[in-house]
Design a protein around this ligand. Structure first.
Ligand SMILES: NC(=O)c1ccc[n+]([C@@H]2O[C@H](COP(=O)([O-])OP(=O)(O)OC[C@H]3O[C@@H](n4cnc5c(N)ncnc54)[C@H](OP(=O)(O)O)[C@@H]3O)[C@@H](O)[C@H]2O)c1
Length: 310
């Protein structure tokens, strides 16, 4: 082999290394790594706090974490709906299923007062799941400022205030074992599709917050044992995403199992569900131009679908 060919072969192998490493991580995370959810069950009873737990992913996650041995603190906005969820879960066991109610579209809550009944409990898992945005043809100037703030509040500011209030409690819980705070992210935060500006920006805010808060607790000063994760979520069938289930659109129950299986995996921002990870990989390869065109078509289809179903 000529030295030019040898040099090209070496360059080829070097360029392949990141892809091979990424593939290795993919196989390890989704098909080999055992779940470490039980590690958060220290100093029993261990509580998982889940926001937006009356429907969709949050409700499925509450059931899944209860089945894994956690006591629960759930959040919703509708007492009747919440009671049905609580009764359904309590039917399966004797552990606590507590709840609180708050409209997450508002940021003017007294968070200290709201969390006071729970601050003596050993909270080891927090999932900031609440969030959504309407499927609409309208651009932002068709919304009132209050409506825009409502989207930002329920997707970004409510989780921020709740985390701010809970942190001292979480550091206490972390004295006996690991504690994780998960923010429910979205592919929208990666590709910023049309008509989802505030939602996408809110999810990007959560992603940046995850990394910074994790660094706060870990790399400057004595590590506290509180970790933060951002869950990169693609399409999941739920109350707001009324699509048929498929490989790319798992049921909320399937997705909840994926979240619990990957919890504490060591990555800060990751897709809990393997097909979403493959989609993300593909999106990164095709680049922004293709992403923008594809996402415009996908959003137009979703808007049409939701208009038909409403
Ligand atoms: N499903 C997807 O395809 C998808 C994709 C990417 C990211 N996500 C993210 O996943 C999370 C869960 O979404 P989902 O699809 O499971 O939604 P969902 O089925 O509509 O459930 C949303 C939950 O949040 C609650 N909620 C909504 N607005 C609220 C408010 N203003 N105050 C208090 N509670 C409120 C709902 O309460 P009610 O029961 O009273 O309505 C419900 O419990 C969200 O953060 C969403 O952005 C979902």
């Amino acid at each position: 082999m000529s030295s030019a060919l040898q040099a090209l072969a070496v360059i080829g192998v070097v360029l392949l290394i990141p892809y091979l490493y990424r593939f290795y991580n993919f196989v390890w995370l989704y098909f080999v790594r055992p779940s470490s959810a039980h590690e958060y069950l220290h100093a029993a009873p261990a509580y998982a706090l889940i926001t937006g737990a009356t429907d969709g992913i949050g409700k499925a996650l509450a059931k899944e974490l209860y089945d894994q041995g956690f006591s629960l603190i759930l959040h919703g906005r509708n007492e009747e709906k919440m009671r049905k969820v609580v009764d359904g879960i309590r039917g399966n066991g004797a552990r606590d299923v507590l709840y609180f109610l708050a409209d997450a579209s508002r940021a003017d809550h007294d968070f200290e007062r709201m969390m006071a009944p729970f601050m003596d409990l050993n909270i080891t898992v927090v999932v900031h799941n609440v969030g959504n945005s309407d499927f609409t043809k309208e651009r932002i100037d068709a919304f009132s400022k209050a409506d825009l703030m409502g989207i930002a509040n329920r997707n970004a500011i409510f989780p921020l205030h709740l985390t701010h209030t809970l942190l001292p409690r979480l550091r206490l819980s972390a004295k006996t074992g690991p504690v994780v705070v998960q923010f429910m992210g979205s592919m929208a935060g990666e590709i910023s599709p049309p008509r989802f500006a505030i939602y996408s920006a809110s999810k990007s805010f959560l992603k940046a917050l995850t990394r910074a808060l994790d660094n706060d607790e870990r790399v400057w000063g004595t590590p506290t044992g509180v970790h933060f994760e951002y869950l990169l979520t693609g399409q999941v069938q739920s109350n707001s995403m009324r699509l048929a289930t498929s490989l790319v659109t798992p049921a909320s129950e399937t997705y909840a199992k994926a979240i619990v299986a990957r919890m504490g995996c060591g990555w800060r921002a990751y897709c809990p569900y393997w097909i979403h990870a493959a989609q993300k990989w593909f999106m990164d390869i095709v680049g922004e131009g293709v992403q923008d065109k594809y996402s415009a078509v996908a959003i137009a289809d979703l808007v049409a679908l939701h208009e038909k179903k409403n």
